[in-house]
Write a protein that binds this ligand. Structure first.
Ligand SMILES: [Zn+2]
Length: 397
């Protein structure tokens, strides 16, 4: 669901704007426009538009702070998006150490505090009553608020990332650290909803109360999603290929003629995978595509040896490979399945995306039906709510 508008790119990072952001842009312009009326109508509205653009730039620079810190660690930043509640930088993977994670987390607020100080300095050059002085002062304060608000210690806020880095440093366990920081985010989110309702109840300022409650709701949703992704990351990192594979294949004698195999294969209704074996050794996976390339008149004379893809040439993983490795291999090489080999080099099993979902469903007690898994197997894609390709990519060993 890509409804965001691309507006350009900076340092090779594509910039997007959520259409709803223009609502904020409009409200901000109205707010500043009315506030600056003492300088005359046209000047006030002109200044209001400039102010809103500078506000937009401030949020962008904050996100750029996080992004460039990540990039300096060799981490890819996929996009920066401005939306209703601010900005978000889509950083592809976690930093390697708690110290580096802290740098990425703090870089945004540091940019905002830097802007606050810089704007204060510049505004002091202009007379106190000038519009420029007021605009720069307002913008500086907004940057300071942006920094302080973001430092509230709960995910998804930067303060939550800082808390995560600290917990990671103390416990040595990144997953536990994310869960702790996500829990803090959830608690703060509920507190914000409570505060928002209280503001609505005790004051006549309905808008502010609703806004605080909305922020809380947004925080809870995101903190919960962090928690969920972390549980998935931890599980795919700790689950071995041997725990997810199926033995859903058949072994046939490599000395069979192609004709004999074709008869057997055609009788099999559910597109079975075959491995050919002779003298107790696996010769390879039987390729129906290769069979089609051979003249039918040759099918009696030639054996399966002619159409096998040796195990050394097909995509394989070892039994003790993690699901992170398996998922990444399936994605990177655009495979439907991968063959699992035993330590002795024999075929131990097969894994496709459906098998992975099934293994996770069992371990995490997810509510996924057999029909869902069948669909994953047929489509060769993960269900929308369980984008394991993306999750595995961001899981560092
Ligand atoms: Zn930030």
């Amino acid at each position: 669901m890509q409804t965001n508008w691309k507006i350009g790119s900076l340092f090779g990072i594509p910039l997007f704007v959520d259409p709803l952001w223009f609502v904020i842009f409009g409200l901000a312009t109205l707010n500043f426009g009315f506030a600056y009326q003492q300088w005359g109508t046209s000047l006030a509205w002109g200044a209001a538009v400039v102010m809103s653009l500078l506000l937009f730039t401030s949020v962008l620079l904050h996100e750029l702070g996080h992004s460039l810190a990540a990039k300096s660690q060799g981490i890819q930043v996929n996009s920066i998006t401005l939306f209703l509640f601010g900005g978000i930088a889509a950083i592809e993977e976690e930093s390697k150490t708690p110290g580096k994670a802290f740098q990425v987390a703090i870089a945004g607020p540091l940019v905002s505090i830097g802007l606050f100080l810089l704007l204060r300095l510049i505004s002091s050059v202009f007379s106190d009553t000038s519009l420029v002085h007021v605009i720069l002062g307002d913008l500086g304060r907004i940057n300071l608020i942006l920094a302080l608000f973001n430092l509230i210690p709960g995910l998804p806020l930067d303060g939550g990332q800082v808390l995560k880095a600290a917990l990671w440093k103390v416990t040595g366990d990144r997953f536990q650290a994310v869960r702790g920081a996500a829990k803090a985010g959830q608690i703060l989110g509920y507190a914000a909803i409570g505060l928002g309702l209280a503001v609505d109840y005790f004051t006549s300022d309905l808008g502010t109360g609703i806004w605080i409650a909305l922020l809380g709701w947004f925080g809870i949703r995101n903190a919960t999603s962090y928690d969920r992704v972390t549980v998935l990351q931890e599980t795919i990192l700790k689950t071995k290929a041997s725990e997810a594979m199926t033995r859903d294949f058949r072994v046939v004698d490599a000395s069979h003629s192609l004709r004999a195999f074709a008869d057997l294969y055609l009788l099999d209704s559910n597109s079975q995978i075959y491995f050919a074996e002779s003298d107790g050794r696996y010769r390879g996976m039987v390729s129906v595509d290769n069979l089609r390339q051979i003249e039918r008149s040759e099918w009696e004379a030639q054996t399966l040896e002619a159409i096998v893809n040796p195990l050394s040439e097909i995509p394989t993983v070892e039994e003790n490979a993690t699901l992170v490795e398996v998922i990444n291999k399936l994605e990177n090489e655009k495979l439907l399945r991968v063959t699992v080999l035993s330590p002795a080099g024999a075929v131990a099993g097969l894994i496709d995306r459906g098998d992975i979902i099934q293994a996770l469903a069992k371990k995490l007690k997810l509510r996924i039906t057999d029909a869902d898994i069948k669909q994953v197997k047929q489509n060769g894609t993960y269900p929308p709510g369980l984008q394991l390709g993306v999750i595995a990519k961001s899981t560092t060993n």
